[in-house]
Design a protein around this ligand. Sequence first.
Ligand code: GLN
Length: 491
Amino acid sequence: MSLFALTAHELQEKLKTREITAVELLEDVYRRVDSAEPAVQAYISLHQEKALAQAEAADDRLAAGSAAVGTGIPTAIKDNISVAGVRNTCGSQILADYVPPYNATVAEKLLAAGVSVIGKTNMDEFAMGSSTENSGFHVTRNPWDLSKVPGGSSGGSAAAVAAGEAVWALGSDTGGSIRQPAALCGIVGLKPTYGLVSRYGLVAFASSLDQIGPLTKDVTDCALLLQIIAGHDHLDSSSVVRDVPDYLAFLRNSVQGLRVGVPKEYFGEGLNSEVRSAVEKAIAQYEDLGAEVVEVSLPHTEYALSTYYLIAPAEASSNLARYDGVRYGYRDREAKDTVSMFMQTRGQGFGAEVKRRIMLGTYALSAGYYDAYYKKAQSVRTLIRQDFDQAFAQCDVIISPTTPTTAFAIGEKAAEPMEMYLSDIYTVTVNLAGLPGISVPCGLDSKGMPIGLQLIGRHFAEGQLLQAAYAYEQAAGSHLLRAPLEVKANG
Ligand code: GLN
């Protein structure tokens, strides 16, 4: 088996015993990038020279016996997470040439651990979308079927990991953007509890919802990558002061007696029958493993999408006000005066979906409509959070599909924003409530496309969530499936 197909924890063993070097590993992954990238197009930029220097430094550390978790692992980073000296486009033409002078805290932590950063991955512009088709650069294809979307907005990160073009990756999740592409690409994706992972250096979309998290080939890698990036950061005022537990230690615990809650509202209309039966099989698997399955109710679920699509655009309209041609990125240099410079810069620099969100959000926040829309949405957000509090009185983790369908065809939903928004129906509630959620592979549909199982935990209960995900993964074995990507011969 080629190295690019292995997990970080498998590779870490080989690196430690010096069976392979970090440079050999990086070269193997880059050969895979060379062969797969023309078909998949997961990246916006590649940084081979820098990555090589990082791999050489990793080899020095490995030889000196001072390696950490992550040392020498080829890593992809979503293009809305700042890495100093490297373009950070956020999938937008307005930031096409923006090079941040500093590292995001998560990037700082990864670099300190000694990873090699392969490149920055494609995404929906400003993370607004569920298919990566809203990228201002190009469309990324699903490695399981190149005619299908990889999901979004972290579609580049998910496709890179699924195609073996990175061993693991970081994404960001505001309403499902880690879990949904993970599900559609057959990998693991975790959105941490709001406040667990620093947002410093993440380009803000909706600041009260955004979290950075791992996209990996299995749950063990997810625990390892979360361990590296989690923890308090004084540079992010919403980051929580709290000890970070040893996540790997949780994986050994059994799920005997764990109460798994099934929310009836997540199995209604719109759920594809093959996805439903795969999730039902997973629920039965939990029972076989000794877990106790209980029905729970999240009664305000029907308002979740409306709530999300008011709050997220409202915050976005405010966050994106900073792209005015003065401080960052693109400027229309033909404009005759300042006001037309602002207007033309934004008119030319932003894509259609971003403009739609800015208009929606500005409307929801405007005098006269604020109470009817934004304030109402905030009240419903509290009700959604209370639904979860009540459900967690009866269960320890909640189980659901990650998405209502498997990956859809490129172009299928691009013209109909509402259709696209509906693919977030099971994920947005988790962001609104600030909870952790993970998607794990749960088999394939009859067309051979991956299905994702979502598990939701209590605030800061990532350990328990990973434990529940790991028990299922080991029993079901779905994480061992790899995308049948046929590309020109390696090397
Ligand atoms: N698809 C959702 C949206 O377009 C969520 C995106 C995200 O999580 N960044 O807003």
